[in-house]
Design a protein around this ligand. Structure first.
Ligand code: SF4
Length: 677
């Protein structure tokens, strides 16, 4: 029997976006399992980038192309399989991944829109893919392969105009049956570029949030790889790694099992020996807070702030019931946040805007609560309709009166050979409890939370306001509501932000594609003309109008206290001290890179450094002194890293340079180190 040549790809757009992207481990698992089952009968090549796959197909037609399919590569996958079939109708095209509708009607629509797709592998990919291989080896044509259902797969039968889905579904419960793609060397080629290694220690999720496909696709079960194998993989990666300091975990709930403490210990041990990983990304389990504390302490500086801990998505009980979500107890969450704050470990939490039942008021209250709980970073998303989720059915769309619009995925576009591809995301902008006006009202509020609090550009100001009994959300709402009375420069930037925030939406995917495909718009896209608004406007404020913006923020803060009758000279001095500190601590790139390394010294009436070090134990008023001199410096290591990144990301436009840089650096590196002079 002839060898079957297989190309498997987990595609990302790398036309202008340089990542960070992860190893194609998902197709690595499929390749490992297929190799185990079919040995030399299969010849498999893995791909991450569209052009590499296109060139490989041009040079040597494979028998099968399998693509992992999820929200960031739906369009490029569709374009690639259309192009493949235009080259040869005999190449079998296969998708796998969560983006597959759950209803029969929706599935039929989905497959009919993708005539060039032969098979969709459902849920866990390995078994379904190997079942297709078995069919391939026993049939002479694709039509013949489709005569009978294929277990764990779905496909469209053109003759009968129906979808064929196998009645039974078989999970691999013992994940050790899948050989490790790392340890077998299949992933070795990917260490040569700057992809981030991605690992799974387990698969599946025991919960079933309706907006997410994870729990549903694993039937709420969690399957584990052996502890020994996980440890070996971590060490293997650490020995091989060349071009990144990061390690990502794909687990839905890291810390869900007691053995995860041992995995944390292993990472600590490996970091101490190999100086890798310097930072990890994990999605923490919600229901084992004490274990999370133990693990965070073991991991220490390796824990990335981006790893969300205690993500709520909504703090309203009607909403969590609607979305079938179990959240952590808020008292427990607060205790843990306080504990982490004391230890200097920062954790973020997340909220999603637009979930069924959420109102303008409940979302605002949720944001306020997270500030009350001292959450280090509050990450806000708009609800996205994801394929394969319970919420994304005709029935639930009707039930919750969900109305959506489409926008471009940042960096999700490219021209590869003759193929132009543009990715979209479908976002919820209206429900039975939230109007589109409400949804868009939060756009600048979420932006300012990210800018002022998460990135810490005005963290001291918001902390001082908290001490004065003002919730930062009330302050941010005031900043947004009063923007028409802001200085002209600030008003103009806000106006531009609001204009772009409204303009980014399209009624249909078709409208979006048509707009961005126009040569002048596509060219503008490639030059960075469209990008994440939050980053763009963060640097617009900082580079073009920082002084005015500082003044608007601090005046508004003092006015808010004055309106409540709570301002006096001492408080004014505290705000002025914080304003002076804020002006100095942030690295100012307006004159390019060269001038940033100069040391600066400033004198204050309050010991702001000590106040910050004591992390909220005492109010700033308790740190009055006879004058304290603080110096703002950049250590050599930080200068070197910033310089390297600045050169790598340098574009004509400084705003775009900084937007790119910030994707790759910790928010700590945006500021001077502060010490006593
Ligand atoms: S949102 Fe998180 S907890 Fe909920 S089903 Fe998805 S992975 Fe599981």
């Amino acid at each position: 029997m002839n060898t079957c040549k297989i190309y498997l790809a987990d595609l990302v757009h790398n036309y202008v976006s340089k990542g960070p992207h992860t190893f194609p481990i998902n197709v690595g698992y499929i390749a490992s399992y297929a190799k185990k089952c079919y040995g030399e009968k299969v010849q498999i090549k893995l791909f991450k980038y569209p052009l590499d796959l296109i060139n490989a197909i041009k040079q040597d037609n494979p028998h099968i192309v399998g693509l992992s399919n999820y929200t960031w590569n739906l369009d490029i996958n569709n374009k690639i399989i259309s192009w493949i079939k235009s080259q040869s109708r005999d190449i079998v095209t296969i998708y796998g991944g969560p983006d597959y509708p759950i209803g029969r009607e929706e599935s039929l629509r989905y497959l009919m829109e993708r005539h060039e797709l032969d098979f969709y592998v459902l849920n866990q990919g390995e078994t379904g893919f190997v079942n297709i291989l078995e069919r391939y080896f026993s049939c002479d044509s694709i039509n013949e392969m489709k005569k009978e259902p294929v277990e764990n797969c779905s496909f469209y039968n053109e003759n009968s105009n129906e979808i064929i889905i196998s009645d039974t579904y078989e999970y691999i419960e013992d994940l050790e049956e899948i050989p490790s793609p790392y340890l077998s060397g299949i992933m070795d080629e990917f260490f040569e570029n700057n992809l981030i290694p991605l690992m799974e220690t387990n698969r599946g999720c025991p919960y079933s949030c309706t907006y997410c496909a994870w729990g549903r696709s694993s039937k709420k079960k969690v399957f584990s790889f052996s502890l020994e194998r996980v440890k070996e993989e971590i060490e293997y990666i650490a020995k091989k790694i060349k071009r990144t300091d990061l390690l990502f975990f794909g687990d839905a709930n890291f810390g869900i099992f007691e053995r995860d403490v041992e995995i944390a210990e292993c990472m600590r041990y490996v970091k101490d020996i190999y100086d890798y990983p310097k930072s990890i990304y994990v999605a923490w389990a919600k229901t084992a807070p004490q274990r999370t504390i133990r693990m965070a302490e073991i991991l220490g500086d390796i824990v990335g702030i981006a790893s969300p801990f205690g993500s709520f998505q909504s703090m309203d009980s009607t909403v969590t019931k609607n979305i079938k979500r179990t959240n952590m107890n808020t008292n427990e969450f607060k205790k843990i946040q306080d504990y982490f704050m004391e230890k200097g470990i920062s954790f973020s939490s997340e909220l999603i805007l637009g979930l069924p039942g959420e109102t303008r008021e409940t979302h605002l209250n949720g944001l306020k609560s997270l500030f009350d709980y001292n959450t280090a970073a509050i990450i806000c998303y708009n609800l996205r309709m994801l394929g394969g989720t319970e919420l994304n059915t005709d029935e639930n769309r009707r039930k919750f009166d969900i109305k959506t619009k489409y926008r471009l995925i940042d960096g999700g576009f490219g021209k590869y050979d003759e193929i132009v591809s543009i990715e979209h995301e479908e976002m919820v902008l209206h429900t039975s409890t939230m109007t589109m006006e409400d949804a868009l009202y939060f756009r600048p509020i979420h932006f300012l939370i990210q800018f002022l609090w998460n990135y810490k550009y005005y963290g001291e100001l918001l902390t001082l306001l908290k001490e004065e009994g003002v919730n930062p959300v009330d302050f941010i709402v005031k900043i947004v509501d009063d923007r028409n009375s802001a200085p002209p420069g600030i008003r103009k930037i806000f106006d531009n932000f609001m204009h772009e925030a409204h303009k980014e939406w399209f009624d249909t995917k078709h409208d979006l594609l048509e707009y961005y495909s126009k040569p002048e718009n596509f060219e503008s896209l490639c030059k960075g003309g469209f990008g994440k608004l939050n980053y763009k406007y963060m640097y617009t404020f900082l580079l073009e109008s920082k002084k005015e913006f500082d003044s608007y923020l601090f005046t508004t803060a003092i006015n808010m206290l004055a309106e409540n009758g709570e301002i006096n000279d001492a408080k004014r001095k505290q705000f002025n001290n914080i304003l002076g500190f804020t002006e100095k601590v942030c690295i100012d790139f307006t004159n390019g890179f060269e001038s940033v390394a100069t040391e600066k010294v400033s004198e204050y009436e309050y010991d702001i450094l000590k106040w910050k070090q004591e992390t909220g134990k005492r109010p700033l008023s308790g740190f009055r002194c006879n004058g304290v001199r603080l110096k703002f410096t950049l250590p050599e290591e930080q200068i070197g890293a910033l310089k390297k990144l600045y050169e790598q990301c340098k574009k004509e436009d400084l705003n775009q340079t900084l937007r790119k840089m910030v994707e790759y650096m910790s928010e700590r590196d945006l500021f001077y180190k502060v010490d006593y002079a």
